[in-house]
Design a binder for this molecule. Sequence first.
Ligand SMILES: [Ca+2]
Length: 244
Amino acid sequence: MAGKWALPCVAALLLAISLPFQYLVRREVVVGIPAGEAHSHAHGEEEHAHAGTEPEQDHAGDEDGHRHRHTEEEGHLASEVPLGTNLIPNYGFEVGTREYVPGWLRIFSPQGAVSYREEGEAYEGFSCAAVYAGDAPAQAAGWITMVSELPLDHDVVVEGYVRTELVQGGAYLAAVYEYVEDGQKRAEFAFSPGVAGSSGWTPQAVRLYIPPQATGVYVQAVVFGQGRAWFDNLTLVVEEKASP
Ligand SMILES: [Ca+2]
């Protein structure tokens, strides 16, 4: 259902976050990805011409304190990318202020939705990420983080908990990878099943295969609809790719 928003969403998203991300990436940020239920491979399979031409080490080693440069050949998972452990720092939104959360960016909402960190509300700990779409239905309002290392040719699994008080639409977790096609930046999304209406903390998960030509991997927590939603414990784990 959320699939129809994927393309406009990507365009708006990339425009909105391209710049801030340049800075974010240098600070810390990590990855996030797949989930169990949703598997979406839109385009891209015919684009193997790009495989092996995109350096995978663009951002590797940029974050503070990272001393290992990648030496692996392109297209191979860097040995430093650990499998089976969460790669998202500040995954529980415990660190930050109402307006600024280290490791995460708020996605600009043309519909006026507000994304903020809420203290006193949490699935675990003391705070979480929140989205309020009060005046109009939001289209992908929420939070995004980038994985600092590219788990190429592997699956990513994004998991988390979502609580909602929505009068319309739903709240989702998304695993995203970016790639270049015909000189244009494009993105492929996979969404979790979603949480709607008034729901207590509900587990969500989504899995996505990251192809060799991917140039960036992101995790999103977003609302397509109207009302309030809360997100907490958003993790991304890299796994061996599932057999087709
Ligand atoms: Ca928390």
